[in-house]
Design a binder for this molecule. Structure first.
Ligand code: GDP
Length: 307
């Protein structure tokens, strides 16, 4: 991910290095190159406009520092502005003072939500927490089974209604057809069994779907999550921004998880999500294995892009 963007920016800066002083024309030419590289990488137009405007302004007014030559100065500004659009400071999960903390996952089908549920569960278990996974994705026939498989691999129990038991009382005593009731009962179960964190997997959808968005909002209202994580596939391109905005409006998520950062797509749309929604990126998913998971650090990602 970001290989092309990274190459393009590196080339742009290499061309600057031969210059002892930077004229306004040099800066404008550089900013144009940066703009093209970002747009070609699928970064949202509004984010590119703001980004290049700030870089230009700062480059023009930047005092020449003794330690940095003009090219290094521009790289430093681009780096700082990249960190800013990626959300600035990294932050960890907000957890409740009185457990159980509730973490709800939302996103499009195929974004990597169920996989992420397992990764997060494993990560938290390794940190000494006692998570419970809750299968509130009752839309996809296979989703409950898939979460059980992932839970088993993570060594984390899964609360689920009996599969294929629509409308009846499931193993948990909750109707298998009602995701809101399942989510609520999952939180209650966590409380009574002393799990300190509940991770609720919700139904994905192929596109932004009003009915399923309402269902996610109902699950949220029934469980009062401490974190609502919007899970987004970094490969989905320009649709990322509209999708993220729809979920920001629909469920008012508190953080973003980028998945499939191991892919070779252009990835720039994912770079826009934090800026456009004003919500931080908390984690990155980088493969299919449960251990392919890391905390997201805007500064490290910016360095990786500018390396
Ligand atoms: P959900 O529909 O949102 O629950 O998505 P799933 O968790 O079922 O993931 C959809 C597909 O993406 C599965 O084949 C996963 O193995 C795969 N997947 C999930 N996360 C990643 C990732 O970070 N990298 C890669 N390469 N594949 C992933």
């Amino acid at each position: 991910m970001f290989a092309t963007l990274s190459d393009r920016l590196t080339t742009t800066f290499k061309n600057l290095r031969t210059k002892g002083r930077l004229s306004e024309a040099d800066i404008d030419a550089t900013v144009r190159e940066i703009r093209r590289a970002l747009l070609d990488a699928d970064v949202a137009v509004s984010v590119v406009r703001e980004f290049t405007g700030t870089v230009r302004e700062r480059a023009l007014s930047s005092e020449v520092s003794g330690a940095l030559n003009p090219a290094q100065q521009v790289v430093k500004i681009v780096n700082e502005e990249l960190v800013a659009i990626l959300g600035g400071e990294s932050r960890g999960l907000n957890l409740a003072k009185n457990p159980p903390s509730v973490i709800m996952l939302a996103g499009l089908q195929g974004a990597g939500k169920t996989t992420l549920a397992g990764k997060l569960a494993l990560h938290l278990r390794e940190q000494g927490h006692t998570p419970l996974l809750v299968a509130a994705d009752l839309q996809r026939p296979n989703a409950v089974t898939q979460l059980k498989v992932v839970g088993e691999r993570a060594g984390v129990p899964v609360y689920a209604p009996s599969p294929g038991n629509q409308g009846a009382e499931g193993e948990s005593g909750v109707s298998a057809g009602d995701p809101v009731a399942v989510a609520r009962a999952g939180v209650e179960t966590a409380r009574s069994r002393q799990h300190d964190i509940v991770i609720i997997d919700t139904a994905g959808r192929l596109g932004v779907d009003a009915e399923l968005m309402q269902q996610a909002a109902d699950i949220r209202d029934a469980t009062s999550p401490d974190e609502i994580l919007f899970v987004i596939d970094a490969m989905i391109g320009q649709d990322a921004v509209a999708t993220a905005q729809a979920f920001a409006e629909g469920v008012n998520f508190t953080g973003v998880v980028l998945t499939k950062l191991d892919g070779d797509a252009r990835g720039g749309a994912a770079l826009s999500v934090a800026r456009v929604t004003g919500r931080p990126i908390l984690f990155a998913s980088t493969g299919e294995k449960l251990t392919d998971f890391e905390a997201f650090h805007p500064d490290r990602m910016a360095s990786r892009i500018l390396d």
